[in-house]
Design a protein around this ligand. Structure first.
Ligand code: FHN
Length: 619
């Protein structure tokens, strides 16, 4: 390390502060305390975050050159973890040699920023230093940086900062503060079997503080300081980084992964698209394919429609969406990512009024046909699933409707207008509390169509879940209520290493368990009941009752193939597999009612993990 003296702060941290964890803990341990200080996030500082809603995340570093492959073998999962024992287990001295070859001559900061802008994104957050410890900028605090250790001799962060400023979008830096696989004393260097000659304190004071200081001092205004995997880092360490930020970039916001509950906004778990609304400032972070950094085999690109849907639903839950690209080792953002981002960006441009600065849906959940965002007295209905019957149903709206129109009507010819084909929408209110919107026959916008509904005041809503008479209604378990004999909880697991999946479940059943959804059925009739659950061999053959319209429908569960202590999971977690059983053709009466699930037989193994039930109307 060069200028150790930059370490301004060692004195502020007590020497008794413990080193971060060295053991192979689970990802929960690494994510640490993810809460935020609510008082910090209110007011002016958070205003841009509330407005912007859509940002670009970039994972780019030495690992982008390997693209998930080492010595001819492909390691599937998040490719920036290639060095770790969970993947290729590359000795530091070997990995370090990548730096001498890092020469991304195709990197074009202007083009990256243009891509973000044309995609409708308002910020870029980029990996200035990831867990591998390599600084992707000119760091005086370490020789292991792009200027000293690579032939590239350019500072990509500087170039990006300049281009972001020109384009008027924000720039944030990702900095891995706790894990640094290159540095003695940091968390998770123990697998190198080196003697840990340095303490975490040495690492923190001699690398983290000086490097974060550089990032906050040398690149103009920074919108976000994005920390990651704080693990068991002490509150004093987290607070030191907060103080640095407040001193050097008072307008910058810090994410919750600074640890110890001292961030400004909350980052949900990787790839977590929430089923429920959250309060305060928060974001979903997601990837355009599956890995964060470039992986040669990863062609699991999100379509432009999927991108638009995820953006809409995140805004509908009250959050912001940060979507990642993984440029390759030459600095090229994969074509498929670009193509789909740009196509989604066309939609964002046309429908921005319903996204930027929009508030959460008062219904608190997705709708069978799409989702809802709000501004003042206006509802924006985002219709992603265009109904065959030319109408959509909305339950529980208490206000009077003042007007309804398409946000972007299709251009019509002169005569179309004259003969009444005006691409318009209309509505009817039933006295049972449903509002029905009549729509044009063909979907005006392929990705999603926005309908603007002006109300006579701020939206007033009865949020009882409506069962749609046209589209399938998905009832996430998160909206059920459990008695003391069961529990609502979340399960998470990894499919490939680092690719997270989430499920809200009803779990921990005993024989007295009873879970209830309150629903409002728009039209009496026949519906197909689908049950989505997960079970292991201890739950195989267990029996369950679903009570609908006064009748008990019985289900015998099958082992859906869960694997306990799966080696795919860090920290010996369970790999969950879900099964969807089409259970019954049920008769549902119209109106408000309860749907109840309870065990029919003796509960073993905590019972099924019940994720959702769905009702498909029979025409
Ligand atoms: O370990 C990192 C991972 O490589 C990636 O950077 C993600 C992005 O949120 N954060 C950590 C895992 O949560």
């Amino acid at each position: 390390m060069k200028k150790l003296a930059i370490a301004i702060t060692a004195a502020l941290l007590s020497s008794s502060v413990l080193a971060a964890d060295k053991a192979d803990k689970s990802m929960d341990d690494l994510w640490g305390d993810n809460s935020v200080i609510q008082k910090q996030i209110s007011g002016e500082r958070g205003a841009w975050f509330k407005e912007d809603k859509y940002s670009m995340f970039v994972h780019w570093g030495l690992y982008s050159m390997t693209g998930g492959e080492w010595n001819g073998k492909t390691y599937y999962g998040i490719a920036e973890w290639l060095m770790s024992p969970h993947m290729a287990d590359i000795p530091k001295e070997e990995y370090k040699k990548l730096a001498a070859k890092f020469n991304p001559t195709d990197f074009d900061a202007k083009a990256w920023v243009k891509l973000a802008v044309d995609s409708g994104m308002k910020n870029i957050v980029i990996t200035a230093k990831h867990h591998d410890g390599f600084a992707m900028y000119d760091s005086a605090a370490s020789d292991y940086d792009v200027i000293d250790a690579s032939p590239y001799k350019r500072d990509p962060m500087k170039e990006l900062a300049e281009e972001c400023q020109k384009a008027g979008i924000g720039l944030g830096f990702y900095y891995s503060q706790n894990q640094d696989w290159y540095e003695q004393g940091s968390a998770r260097t123990s697998w190198t079997a080196e003697d840990q000659t340095n303490s975490f304190e040495d690492y923190f004071n001699n690398k983290v503080v000086p490097q974060v200081t550089e990032l906050l001092s040398n690149y103009g205004p920074i919108s976000t300081v994005w920390f990651d995997t704080p693990g068991q880092m002490s509150k004093a360490h987290s607070m030191r980084l907060v103080e640095l930020t407040q001193q050097l970039q008072p307008n910058a916001l810090i994410n919750s992964r600074i640890g110890n509950g001292v961030g400004d906004f909350k980052t949900l778990g990787d790839h977590h698209i929430s089923d429920i609304n959250h309060t305060g400032l928060w974001e979903t972070i997601d990837t355009t394919n599956s890995s964060w950094s470039y992986a040669w085999y990863d062609e699991n690109w999100k379509t432009s429609k999927k991108i638009v849907e995820s953006l809409i639903t995140t805004v509908g839950r009250g959050g912001s969406y940060m979507l990642n690209v993984g440029p390759d080792g030459q600095g090229n953002i994969p074509q498929k990512a670009q193509q789909n981002l740009l196509a989604a960006g066309e939609w964002v441009k046309e429908n921005g009024v319903a996204i930027y600065g929009a508030d959460a849906s008062p219904w608190g959940r997705i709708q069978p046909w799409g989702d809802i965002s709000v501004k003042g007295n206006k509802l924006y209905l985002h219709v992603t699933e265009w109904p065959k019957e030319d109408e959509i149903y909305l339950s529980g709206l208490k206000n009077n409707v003042v007007s309804v129109e398409l946000l972007n009507p299709i251009e019509t010819g002169f005569f179309d207008g004259l003969f009444g084909d005006d691409n318009g929408v209309s509505y009817e209110k039933s006295n049972s509390g449903w509002t029905v919107f009549n729509l044009p026959k063909d979907q005006p916008k392929e990705l999603s169509t926005t309908i603007v509904v002006e109300l006579d005041g701020e939206p007033q809503v009865d949020d009882t879940i409506g069962i749609d008479p046209i589209q399938s209604t998905y009832l996430s378990s998160v909206f059920s209520k459990c008695n003391s004999g069961c529990k609502n909880g979340q399960s998470r697991w990894m499919e490939k290493f680092g690719e997270w999946k989430y499920a809200e479940n009803i779990m921990n059943w005993d024989n007295t368990g009873k879970a209830t959804w309150s629903v409002d059925v728009a039209k009496a009739g026949e519906y197909i009941l689908d049950v989505e659950y997960s079970a292991d061999d201890t739950v195989d053959f267990s029996e369950w009752y679903f009570t609908i319209g006064g009748k008990d429908y019985a289900m015998q569960a099958i082992d859906s193939g869960n694997r306990h202590n799966s080696k795919r999971q860090m920290g010996g977690r369970t790999l969950l597999r879900f099964h969807t059983a089409t259970l019954a053709l049920v008769d549902m009466p119209a109106g408000k009612q309860e749907i109840v699930v309870r065990p029919k037989s003796e509960v073993t193994g905590g019972g099924i993990l019940l994720r959702s039930i769905s009702f498909r109307p029979v025409k």
